[in-house]
Design a protein around this ligand. Structure first.
Ligand code: SF4
Length: 419
């Protein structure tokens, strides 16, 4: 299916997202004189993210919207100085390039309701919009070395692309539900990690990929016969990941104030213990609409919701989630973008780990009721945002994923949360 998008002005892309600035962008926006603008008087415009050399990102308003978003849902920089004056990340959104050796894929971020709903113009008809951006020197594909395949083996571009193609076929196989496809991909990663790939020539490497692609579905069968819950230590690690995805949900009541920070600390404690209540997530009709005022939504949700079975979800509810993983695999975005230095096998684990997190967030977002496709759309927005979150791209997270993968607990987590 061809990806589609047209801006519907919902403002989701300007909320809760980190907009990093290159030194030139920082200097340019500073020179625009916003400190003298009465609508932004006294507001912090930039947040320093790195001490030396200094690096900055755009600051947020209290409700999580970008400091430059006006109450009418327009970007102030765009309104006053035109699109070229905005940071490149904003100009590019929701287009995303995936640079490979001699070419690049173009895909769309799923942090946008229009992309998830396929509500807009096909990408093929938007070339005049995306091509000048995709050819920007910062985004142009470069002939760099391929990402490593495993921790100890880099391989050639050919081997990397063939391995990523296997992951695509495993994750897009319509004969299985997404949970099963992700387990196939995890088994594939596990075996690749266990092989001495440096001893294989090109022909034998291709043969290995073929054998693995054939064997993983059979290997996965017994794992689904008896669903064994993950152990307590793995559940604890998982709840930390869940916390990261929860705060990326568009309905998360994030407040950039002291009160908000205290609320956040209490929530983190409750999630770590797996007991108690946390602030409720706003439903899609509140979370996905820009009203010019901070979305007000109160209430709490019990963490006992996490034990709820999601059996029998309608196909239409699962569709946005399935399509997200398929788009990640087809575009190779999961294999190349973000998570610098991570090998392919660890990237497969990160992708798979987002699945139980998605289903846990879905349970918490729909207490006592059946989730709808719009509920799932809000969850997919959180997943897509997670691709840019530093804690989900850190070395610590990679090490935890590897440990969970080695012990077989990651597969258990994926299967358990899909129940
Ligand atoms: S700079 Fe403009 S486009 Fe970018 S996040 Fe802020 S308001 Fe949105």
């Amino acid at each position: 299916m061809e990806e589609r998008w047209t801006c519907h002005g919902c403002g989701i892309c300007c909320r809760h997202v980190i907009i990093p600035l290159s030194p030139e962008e920082y200097a340019r926006i500073r020179a625009q004189g916003w400190d003298k603008d009465p609508t932004l008087a006294g507001k912090r415009l930039f947040v320093r993210t790195q001490l030396w050399p200094p690096r900055y990102r755009l600051a947020h308003q209290e409700d999580g919207y970008c400091v430059f978003l006006s109450p009418t849902g327009r970007c102030r920089i765009h309104e006053r100085f035109g699109a070229e004056a905005k940071p490149l990340v904003c100009r590019m959104f929701p287009y995303q390039t995936v640079a490979l050796d001699k070419f690049a894929y173009l895909t769309l971020r799923h942090n946008c309701p229009s992309v998830i709903r396929h509500a807009g113009q096909p990408l093929s008809q938007q070339e005049d919009q995306w091509r000048p951006l995709a050819e920007h020197p910062r985004l142009r594909p470069q002939a760099t070395v391929p990402p490593p395949i495993t921790l100890g083996y880099r391989g050639t571009w050919n081997q990397f692309l063939r391995s990523a193609a296997v992951v695509e076929r495993l994750l897009c196989n319509p004969s299985y539900p997404m949970v099963r496809r992700l387990v196939h991909a995890l088994l594939f990663a596990q075996t690749l990690d266990a092989c001495r790939l440096s001893r294989l020539d090109q022909e034998r490497y291709i043969e290995l990929l073929r054998m693995l692609e054939e064997s993983v579905p059979k290997e996965a069968e017994p794992l689904f016969r008896d669903r064994v819950p993950p152990d307590a230590a793995s559940q604890f690690i998982f709840r930390r990941v869940l916390l990261d995805y929860l705060r990326l949900h568009p309905g998360f009541p994030l407040q950039e104030s002291w009160q908000g920070r205290i609320q956040w600390a209490k929530m983190a404690l409750a999630i770590a213990r797996g007991k108690g209540t946390i602030p409720a997530l706003a439903p899609p009709e509140v979370a996905l609409k820009f009203e010019g005022e901070p979305a007000t939504f109160s209430g709490s949700v019990s963490l006992a919701e996490l034990d709820r079975s999601l059996t029998g979800l309608h196909r239409d509810v699962l569709k946005p989630l399935d399509e997200y993983y398929e788009a990640m695999a087809i575009s190779r975005r999961f294999a190349v973008n973000g998570r610098r230095g991570w090998p392919l096998t660890d990237r497969i684990r990160a992708l798979a780990a987002s699945f139980p997190a998605a289903l846990a967030v879905l349970r918490l977002a729909t207490p006592g009721r059946l989730p709808t496709a719009d509920d799932m759309m809000a969850v997919v927005i959180a997943l897509d945002r997670g691709e840019g979150l530093a804690s989900l791209a850190s070395r610590t997270y990679r090490r935890r994923l590897r440990a969970l993968g080695r012990s077989g607990q990651l597969i258990r987590l994926v299967i358990w949360w899909a129940r």
